[in-house]
Design a binder for this molecule. Sequence first.
Ligand SMILES: Cc1ncc(COP(=O)(O)O)c(C=O)c1O
Length: 391
Amino acid sequence: MTQFDFDKPVDRRAVPALKTHRIVLGDGGEQFFAAGVADMDFEVAPPIMEALRTRLDHSVFGYEAVPGGLVPALQNWLSLRHGWDVPAEQILRAPNALNSLAMAVSLFTGPGDGIIVQPPVFFDFYDIIRENHRTLVRNPLILDGGRYELDFDGFEALAAQPASKILLLCNPHNPVGRVWTRAELTRLGDICLRHGILVVSDDLHADIVYPGHTYQPFAAISPAFAKDSVTVLSPAKSFNIASCCSAFTVVPDADRRAAFQAENSRLTVNKNNAFANVAMEAAYREGKPWLEAVIRYIQGNLKLLRDRLTEMPLVNLIEPEATFLAWIDFRGLGLDPDHLHAVLRQDARWAATRGVSFGPEGAGFMRLNIACRRALLAQALDNLEDAVQHS
Ligand SMILES: Cc1ncc(COP(=O)(O)O)c(C=O)c1O
């Protein structure tokens, strides 16, 4: 046992948590194993609670500026944890990560321009591209011996098309859990430089990486890569503060930064949420022991999942290198996506995310959130084993 009790039951239904909400679980799904929405069931780090309580006790919630310590706390975190030194002036704030991605797409491309994604990939990327009237350009990952790889040749061919303007990178990659290596990112970045592709990198899962793997920020590889990059970061995932958080956009190029600032001004995106600022600063300044402990606990869950799935020969775990999301290969069952979903829902009582939500390449897969109490996961795996035996 560590000083943090991740086995403590927390009733997510006590607040309108999306993960356990009817909006996500559907009618009759209230008692399902809620493993879809990507947040954790764990109470947040004690220093975050303490900072929020202190702020609450102040009892006045009028307009506020950004606390002077927030951006330095992020800079310090990026430098110490990831070896990435980011000048303060390159860091912009955003209401949330998806807002940053959508802004980058709308500001730096025109209607119909191509945005390259590497499916199976986080479903909101598709919405951003569609809702901004851009063209989805698909460069699927290659599943090779249980590990997903980038398709560089395919990428180069797509990047060379004149309409292609942005690579929407996901690092670490949701849902397959890859942490792109420096060598992979360098090869990708060289292709982008050759063809004038802006790399917009969603690095939201960067702080939950398993031993043996290292998160490499794309922009930290070289000044040339940094110049044509936009990186989106936030402690929302790693510190479980998604509903009490904002995000950061690292924009090294001064002209692009000015474009972001002008757009924020045009849309008056300028309010500060005191609680989000306080929670984020406390996370980055004092959250490390909790984060290390939660990663160890999730590794324990991962081991349980891995061990149990080896007893189910038709179901395979794609070993994650990062994130609390497990990408599970059910193709051995030979079920179409609707049938697989029905078996998992009705028989196993699982509310996980359908693989096809991440693109057609996800057919036969499911994404399972394992940031929950171990006992809950163990029960869910018992239910899965029964359902698989009878499918
Ligand atoms: C890769 C990735 N990016 C962005 C988000 C959403 O971030 P935000 O809530 O800050 O918009 C998620 C949430 O699941 C995610 O997994």
